[in-house]
Design a protein around this ligand. Structure first.
Ligand SMILES: NC(=O)c1ccc[n+]([C@@H]2O[C@H](COP(=O)([O-])OP(=O)(O)OC[C@H]3O[C@@H](n4cnc5c(N)ncnc54)[C@H](OP(=O)(O)O)[C@@H]3O)[C@@H](O)[C@H]2O)c1
Length: 304
């Protein structure tokens, strides 16, 4: 099968096409014929070696953990799936392997793709969707009427955090770029502010849900209630000096039940998940350059 792998840490040019044997189907797994792999901001960071100290790579390495495709082969002990079923999943973030024609998925993590949802859109959901929803529903757990600041609110994580916060009748303040203001309002923000240029003069935030990090977010974190909290998923840290609360770093975890609910919500049109561009697998390096540049307005997908 064709894969995109890298033999060393480095720039996008270390990604190259290679061939590997098909993965052998193990008990409890299904082999997926990959149709779409989501490119997350973490992928170029992993490729550069940003996480080497905590999770060093063994080379050659196949990146990618958001995947959608069809069931091709079913391992011993697996029930509830048939060959050809469209499914999607978030792979183990330490094992990865989505930039490939085939990948093994634990059956417990494979989620049916609802009718009407494309492979590309399904592959755009897992990491951003689960992270955003978990930040609201498991970490902050705001009450109706709470004022919550969400940074990067129109991004992949941010829009799902907005979705979850809206369902809790939270008053959302979205910190975005000027060009993203209208979209943030459409996603449910009561007010917007432009990160880095606007201060905040309204009531103190109960929670900060951060997907951007850095000094501009740190400045906003000063406007937080004594009984508030700051949750961040961003790899750019928030300097805690001068803040009343230490930002808590959130790590996404598997939740196939919630993933199925998110897919249903997207299929039902309750939430739009934009796909900015689909590129062939062989153009993974170009996909990484796009993600590193930012400003795409949606997910970059590798299509097979
Ligand atoms: N800890 C975890 O488990 C976990 C899970 C998922 C993601 N993450 C991290 O969370 C962060 C967000 O991920 P994502 O998938 O949501 O990325 P994304 O889809 O690119 O969204 C990020 C959003 O923030 C905006 N943004 C970035 N810098 C900004 C700035 N200085 N001012 C205003 N807006 C800014 C981006 O706008 P532009 O596109 O215009 O730059 C984009 O709308 C990344 O650092 C990612 O690695 C962590």
């Amino acid at each position: 099968m064709r894969v995109i792998e890298c033999d060393e840490y480095g720039g996008p040019e270390v990604l190259h096409l290679a061939t590997r044997p098909l993965p052998v189907v193990l008990p409890g797994t299904i082999r997926l014929r990959v149709r779409a792999a989501g490119v997350n901001p973490a992928d170029p960071k992993l490729r550069q070696g940003m996480f080497h100290a905590v999770a060093p790579f063994t080379f050659p390495q196949v990146l990618g953990y958001d995947v959608a495709g069809t069931v091709e082969s079913i391992g011993p002990g697996v029930t509830g799936f048939a060959a050809g079923d469209p499914v999607f999943a978030m792979l183990d973030t330490l094992e990865r392997g989505a930039y490939a024609e085939y990948v093994l998925v634990p059956a417990a993590e494979a989620v049916p793709i609802p009718p009407g949802l494309s492979f590309a859109t399904a592959a755009a959901i897992p990491t951003g969707g689960l992270t955003g929803v978990q930040m609201i529903e498991e970490y902050a757990q705001p009450r109706p009427g709470d004022t919550v600041l969400i940074t990067g609110a129109t991004g992949s994580v941010g829009r799902f955090a907005m979705f979850a916060a809206r369902r809790r009748d939270v008053r959302i303040i979205a910190a975005v770029r000027a060009s993203q203001r209208d979209e943030a309002i459409a996603l449910g923000a009561a007010e917007t502010l432009i990160l880095g240029t606007d201060g905040w003069t309204g009531p103190a935030f109960q929670y900060v849900i951060d997907t951007v990090g850095g000094p501009d977010v740190a400045a906003l974190c000063r406007h937080i209630r004594d009984d508030g909290a700051i949750f961040t998923a961003a790899t750019t840290p928030i300097d805690p000096r001068g803040l009343a609360h230490t930002p808590e770093f959130v790590v996404v975890h598997h939740d196939s039940v919630r993933l199925a609910q998110l897919a249903q919500a997207v299929a039902a049109g309750e939430l739009h998940v934009p796909v900015a561009c689909c590129l062939p697998l062989a153009e993974a390096a170009a996909a990484h350059r796009l993600v590193e540049a930012g400003g795409n307005g949606g997910k970059i997908i590798l299509e097979l």
